[in-house]
Design a binder for this molecule. Structure first.
Ligand code: FDA
Length: 450
């Protein structure tokens, strides 16, 4: 039987949809504001997360994978270097501050940064609701025709019949990216997206199943990491990287190009005409998309060469190639790979195939339903978003909708990354406070009654 819970007496100032690093940073920004603010100036907040506990790309927590962003671009430092939610404070609490410094690196292990995120999330645990998947966001209109709130409906993925409704003056959607697969791909226990890599490999290893050949489709960072990980894990298996390029493209992390991730670059990008935005995006997409860290490219090349010298070639680059067909035969796969220059097709017998074919922003239209229809759009039908990350809504809507992620068209390449997370969280918090001040001026009776 379906049941419905609600929190009728609470109207949150801000309700976050998703509790990954973006909304975690916002929760901390609000917590830090509330710590210093007098009672009437505090913001009430709640964050809904569909996972049962905090988790950041758990399926790609490969033991030796490192962050691709400086630890100084953590959840707070770029906004508030004195914050005690910083990565350095985390290290001090874990007793590793000096040991970390001796490594002389800006790039911690991915697993270590995950632990940092978990540590920070535990400190704002009172603001989070886990196992709460948002399934609808409904605008609520008062008797004067003004849309002042959103009702956010969530359910526990493990008990989908039970839904909960919470009301908020503002919502901040930060639902991240979802795995992208080539059309027609059928996932099985032998065909995965790389987002499941680590637990799937662990399961396969534990089952004792023999892996003689593994294929990885893709030429980005995740693909190269998957190739390296499978090659190290299944020490008797042949690992084939399949991609259409000739070779992996190195990530551009040079200092001038890296400035595209500065907060000032977001200002500049936001203010630019569409054609300049497009060219900036195209010039600098090589800082993030379909590229691989140079160290990893060199390590993979060294492996192929070493194996050539020793006469046992387990790591194979099937470049300028595409997968044309995959079929399951018994407990293995038959994968047809086409070498593009000649059209020659080879059928490879494989034990597993990993699609490292990228991620795409979630479609917020599906998530927001009726609320999505309120969003004003530009000439290219993209959602109009202000510099403060607030979506443009019709004048009769005073409730606020903020986006973190899904805003590359307005805020540039940092939109889906961690680089400006801390600063963006501060911008959203300040915008919430500004709008509340304006509402208090325009609706003094509403606040007098509270
Ligand atoms: P993120 O995807 O992290 O979080 C969104 C959350 O929303 C998830 O927890 C999800 O469960 C939840 N959610 C989704 N739908 C929901 C719903 N309907 N209801 C409730 N909850 C919902 N970037 C970078 O700058 N440096 C780096 O080193 C890396 N490294 C990296 C490694 C790997 C393997 C990947 C895949 C990506 C990166 N990235 C990165 C990019 C990455 O997008 C970025 O690090 C953050 O994950 C962005 O944080 P968000 O909180 O915006 O999304």
């Amino acid at each position: 039987m379906d049941t419905l819970d609600s929190e009728p007496d609470t109207i949150y100032d801000i309700l976050g949809v998703g509790f990954g690093p973006s909304n975690l940073a916002l929760a901390i920004a609000i917590e830090e504001h509330n710590a210093d603010a007098p009672a009437g100036e505090r913001l009430t907040a709640v964050f809904l997360e569909r996972q049962p506990a905090f988790g950041w790309h758990r399926g790609m927590l490969i033991d030796d994978a490192t962050m691709q962003v400086s630890f100084l671009k953590d959840l707070v430092t770029m906004r508030n270097p004195a914050s005690d939610y910083s990565f350095l404070c985390y290290l001090r609490e874990r007793g590793r501050l000096v040991d970390f410094l001796n490594q002389k690196t800006l790039f911690p292990l991915r697993a270590e940064f995950h632990d940092y995120f978990e540590w920070a999330a535990a400190r704002v645990r009172h603001l989070a609701r886990y196992s709460a998947e948002v399934v609808a966001v409904e605008p609520v209109t008062d008797e004067h025709g003004e849309t002042r709130w959103f009702d956010v409906v969530s359910r526990d993925p493990e008990a989908p019949g039970r839904t909960t409704v919470r009301r908020a003056r503002n919502i901040c959607v930060a639902v991240g990216l979802e795995p992208h697969l080539p059309p027609g791909t059928v996932l099985t226990d032998r065909v995965w997206h790389n987002s499941e890599l680590v637990p799937r490999v662990a399961g396969l290893s534990a089952s004792g199943a023999k892996v003689r050949r593994a294929l990885v489709l893709g030429a980005g960072q995740s693909a190269a990491e998957a190739v390296d990980y499978l090659h190290r894990t299944f020490t008797d298996a042949e690992v084939c990287a399949v991609f259409a390029k000739y070779g992996y493209t190195p990530a551009d992390d040079s200092p001038f190009a890296n400035r595209i991730f500065d907060p000032e670059a977001v200002d500049l990008y936001f203010a630019s005409p569409p054609e300049v935005k497009r060219s900036l995006y195209d010039y600098h997409r090589g800082t993030n998309y379909s590229v691989v860290d140079m160290d990893l490219i060199e390590a993979l090349y060294a492996t192929t060469y070493r194996e050539k010298v020793h006469g046992r070639e387990r790591l194979r680059m099937l470049n300028v190639s595409r997968i044309r067909d995959v079929s399951s035969v018994g407990d293995h796969l038959e994968v047809t790979v086409e070498f593009l220059p000649t059209g020659e097709r080879t059928v490879l017998t494989a034990d597993l195939l990993v699609h490292a074919t990228g991620y795409r922003p979630q479609d917020i239209g599906t998530l927001l339903g009726e609320t999505a229809k309120l969003c004003l759009r530009d000439e290219e039908d993209a959602v109009r978003v202000g510099r403060d990350h607030r979506v443009a809504l019709p004048p009769e809507v005073s409730a606020g909708l903020y986006l973190q992620g899904g805003t590359e068209h307005t805020h540039g390449l940092t939109s889906t990354l961690l680089s400006t997370t801390a600063v963006r969280a501060g911008e959203i918090r300040d915008s919430l406070l500004t709008h509340r001040r304006l509402t208090r001026q325009s609706h003094p009776q509403v606040f007098a009654a509270r």
